[in-house]
Design a protein around this ligand. Structure first.
Ligand SMILES: N[C@@H](CCC(=O)N[C@@H](CS)C(=O)NCC(=O)O)C(=O)O
Length: 194
């Protein structure tokens, strides 16, 4: 199994979740600007959508989209999801919120020119972090056990720190807790992050 990733990109969420699940997998670094994998393969041949993450299974089939990959990891490792039908429903609700309401907003923040849209996006992200801070069920989103959604939220917080977007104290404490997890340390080491 191979995870195609770019250092510090949203694929970090999948990378962390797969380590939390103690999965064995190879990593393939992608240069998103050049659209090439580290062995020089045009990335469009791997994912015509042109973006990471991509999870390639041993039979050659590929899965894209953070929500789908994180969901797959949670299906394989139920301890990384809240339990029961209601728990699974809440997990997909949370993954969708992080993906469509936080992750997508960062696209505007990362633009080279800071325009009115970028400013509005920063405000929205701040509001959504404030809301997520109230949703923590304990040390993590769904209580005191880590889930795949925590890996995604943590990745968003790494971006917020990089881009100077404030997060409430509860999320800063969450960030610090996540940062100490062996799975996070390993993913940082593999991706060459600080
Ligand atoms: N809908 C996709 C979006 C993934 C995405 O935004 N990937 C970014 C990195 S965080 C990327 O590879 N961007 C390169 C590009 O779009 O050219 C998902 O949630 O998996």
């Amino acid at each position: 199994m191979k995870l195609y990733y770019a250092p510090g990109a949203c694929s970090l969420a999948d990378h962390i979740a797969m380590h939390e699940a103690a999965m064995n997998f190879d990593r393939v670094k992608v240069d998103l600007k050049a659209k090439l994998t580290e062995d020089g393969t045009p990335f469009g041949e791997i994912n015509p959508k042109g973006y990471v993450p991509v999870l390639e299974f041993d039979d050659g089939k590929r899965l894209t989209e953070n929500i789908a990959i994180l969901w797959w990891v949670a299906q394989r490792t139920p301890s990384l999801a809240p339990s029961g039908d209601e728990g699974r429903l809440r997990l997909i609700e949370m993954l969708a919120f992080i993906s469509t309401e936080i992750h997508k907003q960062f696209g505007r923040v990362f633009r080279p020119s800071a325009d009115a849209e970028a400013t509005a996006a920063r405000e929205k992200i701040g509001q959504r972090f404030a809301l997520v801070a109230t949703m923590l069920g304990g040390d993590y989103l769904f209580g005191n056990d880590v889930s795949v959604a925590d890996a995604y939220l943590f990745t968003m917080l790494t971006w917020a720190r990089k881009m100077g977007i404030d997060a409430p104290a509860e999320l800063q404490a969450f960030y610090a807790r996540m940062r100490e997890r062996p799975a996070v340390k390993l993913a940082f080491e593999h991706e060459g992050l600080d």
